[in-house]
Ligand binder design. Structure first.
Ligand SMILES: N[C@@H](CCC(=O)N[C@@H](CS)C(=O)NCC(=O)O)C(=O)O
Length: 360
């Protein structure tokens, strides 16, 4: 049997796709992933033969198509004989919760969910308010039920729990508050449990197996703080940095027009560094203030341990992450730039170096 899943580019973590990928991990069915460009590829007549509404996800099974995400989800679970309950009654209850999740949670919450997943623009105030109310109403219902039951249905994870967890995941970072997390404690208990499973982790990658870098960050920090950069610590850095596990990222402050006094900018940087401080064990960086006392900006360079090449979640989850534009660097192509961010002795991007701070 050949299974092909059509999804939008970079939408693996969107709930309607992620739930299917996670279910496939449980069933061990192999899915070939075909990424298409939404707004273009899904508008063609050829694609509409697969999905009449032009939407993803679409599952191709030996040349035939399924185009509603919950139907795909049920198909995957049925094929793998898991995630669908112990008996017919539970199976129907699971379908019932899937309908409720789609109609009363996902669809009314969609303006917020889509924005959080990076596939929709920010909702207006009015739209956000209405969606927030609908989300809270559905959360209330999940919570009342989960006060008394471990899972939505039965004694094991089902596709209903997976579907709910992937939506909570998308809302958790930017929408839900600590108040929500305590008010809907039972829902977050289920989310925590489902999202800790290895099948879920494979898609969301929160707990990747640890690959240790050969670059000892603590030794590097000592070296950097105690030796001359150009003659000692920079050559040491490029000799030791582990190109397989370490990554380098550059950032630029998005609002340079706010930087009018350098002491205020120094305070701002100090506050940002404090809020990122949970990442000092896995990262190192420098911020440089560039320009003149009255007219300047600041930029940063960070080195992390990150086997998947992404900025670690513990760092990017901090709200201040959003006040910067980020670019992934390259230890070879950006050697000179990295060196300048370490040495603080030359202009960067044509702007004189004014001051610097070390994140360690
Ligand atoms: N009810 C459908 C919704 C599918 C859906 O709306 N997919 C969006 C992506 S999140 C889409 O394909 N949008 C493209 C478009 O409408 O042009 C399902 O659950 O599969």
């Amino acid at each position: 049997m050949s299974l092909k899943l059509y999804i939008g580019k970079n939408l693996q973590k969107a709930p309607i796709v992620a739930k299917i990928l996670i279910a496939a991990q449980y069933t061990k069915l192999k899915l070939e992933i075909v990424e298409i460009e939404l707004g273009k590829d899904n508008k063609t007549e050829e694609f509409k033969k697969k999905s009449p509404n032009g939407t993803i996800p679409v599952l191709e099974v030996d040349g035939k198509y399924i185009w509603e995400s919950n139907s795909i989800l049920k198909y995957i679970a049925k094929e793998g004989k898991v995630l669908l309950g112990e008996n017919n009654f539970d199976c129907v209850l699971i379908a019932q919760w899937l309908d409720f999740i789609a109609q009363n949670f996902f669809i009314p919450g969609h303006p917020i969910i889509a924005h959080a997943c990076g596939c929709g623009k920010a909702p207006s105030k009015g739209v956000r308010k209405e969606a927030t109310e609908k989300i809270a109403a559905a959360m209330e219902i999940f919570n009342s039920h989960l006060k008394h039951y471990t899972y939505l249905v039965g004694e094991r994870v089902s596709i209903a729990d997976i579907s709910l967890a992937t939506i909570i995941e998308s809302l958790n970072k930017k929408h839900f508050t600590d108040d929500d997390r305590s008010k809907f404690k039972s829902v977050f208990r289920l989310y925590k449990h489902v999202s800790a499973q290895p099948q879920y982790q494979t898609i969301f990658g929160n707990l990747k197996p640890k690959v240790k870098s050969t670059f000892n960050l603590e030794e590097w920090k000592r070296k950097y703080m105690n030796t001359d950069p150009r003659t000692e610590s920079i050559p040491y850095f490029f000799e030791k940095v582990d190109r397989k596990v370490n990554v380098v990222y550059f950032c630029e402050y998005k609002y340079p027009e706010d930087c009018q006094k350098s002491f205020m900018t120094r305070n701002l940087i100090q506050g940002v560094m404090n809020r990122f401080s949970a990442s000092t064990k896995i990262g190192f960086g420098t911020f440089v203030i560039l320009g003149a006392e009255e007219k300047h900006t600041f930029k940063g360079m960070f080195v992390f341990e990150s086997p998947d090449g992404e900025i670690p979640k513990i760092f990017s989850d901090v709200d201040d992450f959003e006040i910067f534009d980020w670019r992934k660097g390259d230890f070879e192509a950006d050697k000179e730039r990295i060196s300048d961010f370490l040495a603080w002795d030359k202009p960067i991007d044509g702007m004189p170096f004014l001051d610097g701070k070390v994140f360690r």
